[in-house]
Ligand binder design. Structure first.
Ligand SMILES: [Zn+2]
Length: 472
């Protein structure tokens, strides 16, 4: 199985692989959870047939982690025990994998699995700006995540190459900002309506996945400037970018209208996402325009700020304070540590091996999500082969598997929540290409986040991966 469970004990006998599952519960199981479990696999029977599958809610916790589950396979029935809905989901996902692995043989060996996750943040990111993906595919992506017990979906919704989320307050963001002109003159783009966002978020919630939306700012905003040029330091006719890279034109931090725009857009969009977090980007924002802009310079003088980095930190703090009033916590890329921030924001540590930013964040007291590009950027090549798709360096399956979170937590600060892999889609123009870049690396990601170091071994992982892939 992947990810490797904490503890498996083999028992006497075997259970024929069920065609259908007949769910029953000893204690109150919410209708929401029942429909969520049916969403995981359609093999849950609607009628009264199928292998008896008992859902048992622990009255007392067997362990401190609420996500713990116990899955027991007996010759005539299956029991999933947990104390939280997520515990049931994870137990159910393990059952699905066991059924898949043993389908050809026809029998599942009787066994008891006792399991819980090592890290609480087990994330996967998807960039839908560089290339746009339909809601059905995003739901499929969430299904893949859930099947491997990943629980945080970081949704990169805006960038220079396209704004992908409907705003009723600022309709030009999608009328103009969601579309770019391709080299052949055709128009490329798309966006999610509020109804589509609801559908995707509901799907994620049923699977036990929290959605973390990202609006990247103040850089990576050419799609905004194409729609509303007055938000630039030096307004002109901007176009949504149709190449990759970094733009010097960013949002003007000296313009009060920009601040109002951002606060209004966050207020509008925060309602669509029930989760705790909002990612504000903060990466790769060149300061050339701010250095030359009278408004930005005036703001720096008025607020007594040191320089343009400090101006970006001020903007981040203003928006974080606003999001706090909406009940949200904020996350930023590790560039936010280059200026002065307080200890509240979470930091996605991405540059290089992440060690320097990790130390800086721990010193400043910020919580950390590790996603160092050398290990966890799934847009990087998977192999050295000719015609291998990808960019930058090489991140093989083994390299992903070798990533060790506890190496970053030497002072046991407890500030590291977990990790995520990032899927930047400059080189991925179709669902098939995303799938190619994701698999099999997503298996390694899931295991290094769920299973403890003592429970993991590269050679054993390769065997289990082969077993799982041959069952697909
Ligand atoms: Zn400016």
């Amino acid at each position: 199985m992947i990810p490797a469970p904490k503890e498996i004990s083999l028992l006497q006998g075997q259970l024929p692989v069920p065609e259908k599952l007949k769910l029953s519960s000893s204690k109150s199981i919410s209708p929401d959870l029942l429909s969520a479990l049916k969403l995981i696999r359609a093999s849950v029977a609607e009628d009264d047939t199928g292998t008896e599958t008992l859902l048992h809610r622990f009255s007392a916790l067997p362990a401190t982690d609420p996500d713990t589950y116990v899955l027991q396979i007996d010759p005539e029935r299956i029991t999933v025990s947990a104390s939280s809905d997520n515990g049931f989901r994870y137990g159910f996902q393990s059952l699905m994998q066991l059924m898949q692995i043993h389908r050809k043989a026809g029998f599942i060996p009787c066994q008891r699995i006792i399991d819980s996750p090592q890290w609480s943040w087990r994330g996967l990111h998807l960039d839908v700006s560089r290339h746009f993906f339909e809601p059905d595919f995003v739901c499929q992506y969430l299904d893949w995540m859930a099947s491997l017990k990943l629980n945080k979906f970081h949704w990169h919704l805006t960038d220079d190459q396209g704004w992908r989320i409907e705003s009723k307050l600022y309709p030009r963001l999608t009328e103009i900002g969601a579309w770019r002109k391709a080299e052949d003159g055709s128009s490329y783009g798309g966006f999610y309506t509020h109804a589509e966002i609801h559908r995707i978020v509901d799907h994620a919630t049923a699977l036990g996945i929290e959605v973390i939306p990202e609006l990247d700012l103040p850089g990576h905003c050419l799609a905004v400037l194409a729609a509303y040029p007055q938000f630039a330091c030096f307004p002109k006719d901007f176009e949504v970018m149709n190449t990759w890279g970094i733009s010097d034109d960013i949002l003007c931090a000296g313009n009060d209208e920009v601040l109002s725009f951002l606060k209004e857009i966050f207020s509008e969009l925060a309602e669509l996402f029930p989760g705790r977090y909002f990612h504000l980007g903060g990466d790769e924002a060149p300061k050339a325009r701010w250095k030359a802009c009278p408004k930005c310079q005036k703001r720096i003088v008025e607020l007594g700020l040191k320089d343009e980095e400090a101006l970006q930190s001020w903007l981040f703090r203003e928006l974080a304070a606003h999001l706090k009033t909406l009940g949200k916590e904020v996350i930023g890329w590790d560039e936010i540590l280059d200026g002065e921030i307080d200890s509240e924001p979470l930091v996605t540590v991405w540059r290089g091996d992440g060690i320097e930013a990790d130390r800086k964040a721990i010193k400043n007291g910020n919580r950390i999500i590790l996603c160092p590009n050398q290990f966890l950027y799934f847009d990087w090549f998977q192999a050295e082969a000719e015609n291998e798709p990808g960019a930058f360096g090489i991140t093989t399956l083994e390299k992903v598997y070798s990533f060790e979170l506890s190496d970053y937590d030497q002072d046991k600060s407890g500030l590291i929540l977990g990790a995520q892999a990032n899927v930047w889609t400059e080189q991925m123009d179709s669902p098939g290409r995303v799938r190619y870049m994701l698999f099999p690396r997503i298996y390694a990601l899931a295991e290094l986040l769920w299973s403890s170091s003592q429970n993991r071994s590269w050679s054993d992982f390769q065997n289990r991966l082969a077993e799982l892939e041959s069952a697909l």
